[in-house]
Design a protein around this ligand. Sequence first.
Ligand code: CDP
Ligand code: MG
Length: 735
Amino acid sequence: PARAVDIVEEESGAPGEEQRRWEEARLGAASLKFGARDAAAQEPKYQLVLEEDEAIEFVRAAQLQGDEEPSSVPPPSAQAQQKESIQAVRRSLPVFPFREELLTAIANHQVLIIEGETGSGKTTQIPQYLFEEGYTKKGMKIACTQPRRVAAMSVAARVAREMGVKLGNEVGYSIRFEDCTSERTVLRYMTDGMLLREFLSEPDLASYSVVMVDEAHERTLHTDILFGLIKDVARFRPELKVLVASATLDTARFSTFFDDAPIFRIPGRRFPVDIFYTKAPEADYLEACVVSVLQIHVTQPPGDILVFLTGQEEIEAACEMLQDRCRRLGSKIRELLVLPIYANLPSDMQARIFQPTPPGARKVVVATNIAETSLTIEGIIYVLDPGFCKQKSYNPRTGMESLTVTPCSKASANQRAGRAGRVAAGKCFRLYTAWAYQHELEETTVPEIQRTSLGNVVLLLKSLGIHDLMHFDFLDPPPYETLLLALEQLYALGALNHLGELTTSGRKMAELPVDPMLSKMILASEKYSCSEEILTVAAMLSVNNSIFYRPKDKVVHADNARVNFFLPGGDHLVLLNVYTQWAESGYSSQWCYENFVQFRSMRRARDVREQLEGLLERVEVGLTSCQGDYIRVRKAITSGYFYHTARLTRSGYRTVKQQQTVFIHPNSSLFEQQPRWLLYHELVLTTKEFMRQVLEIESSWLLEVAPHYYKAKELEDPHAKKMPKKVGKTREELG
Ligand code: CDP
Ligand code: MG
């Protein structure tokens, strides 16, 4: 349509002034309709007439009380922000006035819990204070852990800039498959998983003077395990300083866990945030998001927008939709900069979200919940929260792990809303109803340790010589069945013997920084003489689901390009094929472009592959190629993934052991072939339980690679078999 958005022409006044007046006029009108503006029951509405969309109706509900009065000063302009020297910015952070007090507390206590609002400077400042105070003398290092890769990278970059050093020199980061540190690096930002692996080479963390477990409230699996290990190390290393930093959540629990360690509170600086809910539930939150962003953009005074979505695919889709709409609206609206942020985003793109918004424009950052507490973006005034996050869940009964989009917790929702009140009074628009908030959201997020498989961690702990896992010092223990199943699976993979002791093969598996099944697959490639191919498969599986590029306007071309890579046998071989052809092209970006393959993902796969190749010697696997005999590759994969198998029955696919109904993902190369036996890399629960990355196998291979796990009888052809034994009683029998 020629005119999509109905907005008032600008006549006079400063930019933004007109918008504000217009909004007030609308608010005024709404207030008239609903009564006094300050009454709790008031329901001012934001309506924007978009010809192609229904505007979303929001109702104002409550105010998240801040500690400061709403400032009358607008957020600092871009130029002002740039002009301020980096040191002035450092001094302006809430933690700064407490520098001395904090350092004294650290000097006086071995363990200190530090609580502070997101953005107060915990992550970027405290390690610097410690550095300035001399904690890195005599070659000692300071570790600061982050649950997320992106956070580790971006925070390290920021701190390097603040200290005026090159990233990777005094300040660096270390994340899985990427090490940006050197001999000189004394401030090490790293993922919690990397510090965990440090224990393998240095069980007492002897080269560290301080360990700061940051973002502790996230309660990731690795952070939780670190707690137990660090508490132990701290006992016999009295000079080691332990800092546990957290947003304003859960700190009392951390204190109790660390034998009543003192809590140091950094007073927050937060402005009030107005919360709005939708009047009615939104069926399509992605679409609703896009409409709401435009609505905010057109009706609200200046200030950047932060949108919380659940993952890369969704974020890319939303960004594309937004850019598309903006393009169509053209000069009818002000400039809207659309910037994504998620874990796999390359660092140059990440840096863009921190750049100040040019005058007159507005920035919308579309993020995963990484922006909830790990990253602070200046200038956010509006938060748009659909109320979902991607969450892992695990069923210890079936051993199935799935990643699902689930409603976020109230704690999460409030953290998100809080992001709007950092620089001035803000607004948070929730794309769900007040009723849903009250009744459908859990209070807090369940710690990851209680909803994930533990194979990885159990293997690591066993390698560290911790045998009695049932009595490990957990902040919150994992479910008993989950631990048991992890032990069973590691036994089936040959990593543990029947006494639960680590085997030689288990020791090797722990050396590889990948899941036990993947490391088993790599070890098995020795037997099947195909490590070259298996390394590629492993690397490609690690970059996961972002190989193919599918632009909206070239869907047919992109799909054809993808189908051209298909090989009989299944998706793992397709991945191998893509990589091999890319390597033959000389790792060319042009080749990627022509074949609708994501160059960035491929580059990352190449890095991962190189790193894994570098580790082969340590695990005594030689470099060999299958010379086109893909059966060997498939058998090696089966050696690691015999747990993840499904067979075709009359009523579709069922997992072999647990008899769960599962489906081949429509993107799979085997979607139309429906082979009788297959294995899958992972299960993803969206509308159904989808198997992603599937490989056709033969049932006899299962007996070959895992004779201790499968019995010939259970692998008989289901069609030849009688109906399964009746388990429960029928309705009639129950009477
Ligand atoms: O850890 P905490 O949430 O307490 O704060 P922080 O991450 O240390 O952030 C302190 C300040 O540094 C904030 O004003 C951020 O905007 C800024 N910062 C940045 O500009 N770039 C980053 N990559 C990280 C932080
Ligand atoms: Mg932080």
